[in-house]
Design a protein around this ligand. Structure first.
Ligand SMILES: Nc1nc2c(ncn2[C@@H]2O[C@H](COP(=O)(O)OP(=O)(O)O)[C@@H](O)[C@H]2O)c(=O)[nH]1
Ligand SMILES: [Mg+2]
Length: 216
């Protein structure tokens, strides 16, 4: 089992903490490609199955209760949400619409695929995607479709386990090992997995560092 904390030095952890303690502001929602903001600074995108804990993780990242809305009705937010970090902004966080919700109508799934594919392809500003995986479930088939999209678009991504507080240590070690093994086989995946829990703050400092590291 890897020690994720060891992957980032103290200086980076501290710089990341400071950066996220500063201003983070909602910029805009893009329901379609023509509404994307200009690609004028680096972007780091967050993706994951609906209910994976993405909104909670974004809120924990910036230390706020309500930057991103938690538990809105799945499928309601079929848009990319952009947040400016820093004032003046130095990079952007992109909250991608959740996928894989059970009752999604076909046209919604199709719209998701088009929007995400359009965004991923040829977005120079996109430095890395963080793909969230529920610690209780590990990588699912629907996640693999998204990972395949990222591999194909050659977008560098890192897998992040969420809700680690919900599983026993032995199960967590097992899901981490399985996830690492799969990441090693995927061309655009970072080999190191982050383990997080918004609920307890586990791995949040490292996640901040991973974001800062990815924008270079
Ligand atoms: N125990 C625990 N619950 C979490 C954690 N993160 C999110 N949740 C819960 O999981 C549900 C879905 O979270 P949300 O952030 O809305 O997921 P999203 O649909 O991916 O944005 C909510 O009920 C959260 O309170 C976590 O780290 N630990
Ligand atoms: Mg959400």
């Amino acid at each position: 089992m890897s020690d994720d904390g060891a992957a980032f030095d103290e200086e980076l952890i501290e710089a990341a903490r400071k950066r996220f303690a500063g201003p983070v502001e909602f910029l805009k929602s893009a329901p379609a490609l023509e509404y994307l903001p200009p690609a004028e600074m680096p972007e780091v995108a967050f993706a994951g199955r609906s209910n994976v804990g993405k909104s909670s993780l974004l809120n924990a990242l910036v230390g706020r209760k309500a930057l991103a809305r938690t538990s809105v009705t799945p499928g309601r937010t079929q848009e990319l949400n952009f947040f400016d970090v820093g004032d003046p902004a130095v990079f952007r966080l992109v909250d991608m619409p959740g996928y894989g919700f059970a009752k999604a109508p076909k046209d919604v799934v199709k719209k998701w695929r088009f929007l995400v594919n359009d965004y991923l392809r040829g977005r120079q500003a996109l430095k890395r995607a963080l793909v969230l995986i529920d610690s209780r479930h590990g990588i699912k088939e629907v996640d693999r479709e998204v990972l395949a999209m990222l591999d194909k678009a050659a977008v560098s991504y890192r897998l992040v386990l969420t809700k680690a507080d919900k599983v026993k240590a032995t199960d967590l070690a097992e899901v981490l090992a399985r996830t690492e093994e799969e990441a090693r086989k995927r061309p655009a995946a970072h080999p190191q997995i982050l383990t997080t829990a918004s609920e307890t703050g586990m791995g949040i400092a490292e996640l901040r560092a991973a974001v800062i590291e990815s924008i270079g």
